[in-house]
Structures are given as C-alpha cells and as structure tokens.
Design a protein around this ligand. Structure first.
Ligand code: MG
Ligand code: MG
Length: 289
C-alpha cells in the first residue's frame, strides 16, 4: 500500500526528525516479516490462473503469511479487511479482492504485507496471465510490467550509493523515460516501513527537488513505482478504494521493502536480498547480521 504524497510532504521538521532510522537489532527483526510477505506473493504467483477470483488469490496469500507465523498488516489499515490488494488491468492499486474472475491476458498487480513479531513487510508484483489468442496484447502488458519492475530495481540500486533519498526517484524516472511512452503515477508514493507498514519518510518514485532524508544505516523504505501505459491521472472507484487510470490505460505496480545497514543494502522481501537483479546493476546486497 501507499501514501498519497499530499498527505505527507517533507517539511524541514520531518528531515530533522531522525527517529525513523532503525537500530541493527531492529533491522534483524524485519527479516522475518519480509520473508513472510515474499512467501505470500510466491504463493499467488504459483496459484494464479484464469477462472480464479481475486478473493481466492487473497486467501492463498493469507494462508502463506499464517504458515510463516505472521498476520496480514493490510488488515491493520483502518477500513481494509483483506490481506492483499488485487488490481486488474486499468486498476492501478488498492483493488479489493472479491468475485472478479481472472481472465486470460489480464495484467494483475498483487500487493501484500505481513506483520511478524510487530514488524512489517510490504511488497507487490505484477503478473500477466497467458493468452495464446492475443500474443501482441500479452507482449505489451509484459513490457509494461517489465519496465515497472526494472525501474524499481534501478531505484533500489541507486539507494545503495545515494546520499539522499530523492536520488531513488530520479533513478526510477530516468529508467522509465528511457523505455518509451510510459507514465509514472504521482498520486501515490512509497514510504518508510518498520513497526507500522506506513512510516516516515515518503519515498517518491519520480524526481523531486527536495533531497529528502540522508541515506544511511537504519533507513528502511518501500520503493514502489506504479507505471501506466498511458496518462497518469487516476480516479477512485465507487468502492472508495480501487484506484483506476482515468484514461482506461493498463497499469503495473512493483514494490520491495529495502533496508540500508552498516554493511550495505538488503532487499527484505526477496529471497536473495535482491542479488539476482542487483548484481547486473553493479550492486552486491549484503545480508543483515
Ligand atoms: Mg504494498
Ligand atoms: Mg507500500
């Protein structure tokens, strides 16, 4: 899940407040919720097929979190009662699981989070359901998802060398711009994460002038670009949750929770800390000790 940027723009007072940096002991406690979150998304990835409802995907994710001793932290968000958000096609984020049936060719973003021992993880993936009858449509949607995912990894790689947090958004935007005609949502942004899923600081997925906080050991952030194949304007559906593109264009969303620690960075919601994607970008993630 996300913050709306208008709700929490950085003020000098926020920058002065350092209490969102975690201690080494706290960082170690964030490993388990990261892996439980990962398990829930792996379970959805393995289960998804045409004919399933988004509620069934939700229940698959919930079982995986519970099997790891966790509970859904999405259910701790006031007014939200599900374990994941399932956003299909022109739905960008915050889709509520329900009776919607997955169709061949759908582009489905699943956003999930686990709380283990009072600490949170938050991660999202986008999946394109195969459709042999529409190869061009599937290829275009896969490209949208791939650009979004790669932009996230470029942002994470920049975090490893950044002095200030706004460098992450710049890296994401540079990459997306290099890939063609895509839009990065500005209505929703990433966030710090710790005891709560949503904490300071805000994490922009695009260039902002304010440098944001210093990137140093103890910073833990959810980096989550939301990218569309068209315009970036969105509207909230009648259910008061689901965010859809105003122009009906397709959307993708990828997210990882990433820790900066004294020895380097570690992607908490990836089994290998992000190594497989970060090594080609010149970054070697280091486990939290
Ligand atoms: Mg999320
Ligand atoms: Mg998030």
């Amino acid at each position: 899940m996300h913050w709306m940027p208008g709700a929490s723009l950085f003020s000098p007072a926020d920058v002065a407040r350092k209490d969102f940096y975690k201690t080494p002991a706290e960082l170690r406690l964030m490993v388990a919720p990261g892996l439980a979150t990962l398990a829930s998304l792996d379970a959805v990835r393995a289960a998804i097929r045409p004919g399933m409802t988004t509620l069934e995907l939700n229940d698959v994710a919930d079982a995986a979190i519970r099997a790891r001793g966790g509970v859904s932290n999405f259910q701790m968000v006031p007014g939200y009662r599900h374990t994941v958000c399932a956003s299909v096609n022109d739905e960008v984020v915050h889709g509520i699981p329900g009776e919607r049936v997955i169709q061949p060719g759908d582009i489905v973003s699943i956003d999930s989070g686990a709380d283990v021992g009072g600490w949170s993880g938050d991660s999202a993936i986008t999946l394109v359901v195969p459709d042999a009858t529409r190869p061009e449509l599937v290829a275009a949607r896969q490209k949208l998802s791939a650009v979004t995912e790669a932009s996230m990894w470029h942002g994470i790689a920049r975090l490893a060398v950044a002095r200030h947090l706004n460098e992450v958004g710049a890296a994401i935007e540079e990459y997306v711009e290099s890939q063609g005609e895509f839009g990065i949502l500005t209505d929703y942004i990433g966030h710090g994460i710790g005891r709560s899923m949503h904490e300071e600081p805000p994490v922009f997925n695009y260039r902002v002038r304010a440098k944001g906080p210093e990137v140093k050991p103890g910073l833990v952030v959810a980096i989550e670009p939301m990218v569309t194949a068209g315009g970036i304007d969105t509207v909230v559906a009648d259910d008061e949750w689901t965010v859809v593109t105003a122009d009906g264009g397709m959307a993708a969303h990828w997210e990882h929770s990433v820790a900066v620690h004294r020895d380097g960075i570690w992607v908490l919601t990836a089994a290998d800390g992000g190594a497989s994607e970060l090594l080609p970008l010149g970054v070697t993630p280091v486990p939290i000790r």
